[in-house]
Design a protein around this ligand. Structure first.
Ligand code: ZN
Ligand code: ZN
Length: 123
């Protein structure tokens, strides 16, 4: 019995292409229990692997300004208490500008606020 040439090449081809290893995975999307067959590094099911179906991983950022609907027609200096430490601080209020920092100068940095809250037991 002689082997045909085409049979030989197809065997060779077969060995080459079955090397891909897939694995049954569970989607890592929060609350999703879909399983899917994929490569070991895959994280999301068919549905969730499309980035538009996943919410953006947005870091929750603290709002650092407040809206002050003032009636002033010229710049005014007003005093406020820092939302973080309660210390009074001054801001200059400009006509037409209604967004102002709600923290004293020191606590406008997130790092400083966090360390203040840590030392004062507030989270
Ligand atoms: Zn999913
Ligand atoms: Zn402060």
């Amino acid at each position: 019995m002689r082997k045909s040439h085409s049979e030989k090449t197809s065997t060779y081809f077969h060995v080459k292409t079955t090397k891909k290893k897939t694995k049954l995975m569970t989607c890592t999307y929060e609350g999703c229990t879909n399983t899917f067959e994929s490569y070991p590094h895959a994280r999301f099911c068919e549905f969730h692997k499309d980035p538009s179906t996943r919410p953006v991983d947005k870091k929750k950022e603290e709002v650092t300004t407040f809206t002050f609907k003032h009636p002033f027609l010229e710049p005014m200096i007003i005093e406020k208490s820092c939302i973080c430490c309660g210390k009074p601080y001054r801001i200059t209020v400009y006509p037409g500008t209604y967004e102002y920092p709600k923290f004293c100068e020191e606590h406008r940095s997130e790092f400083k606020r966090n360390s203040w809250r840590e030392t004062h037991g507030k989270k």
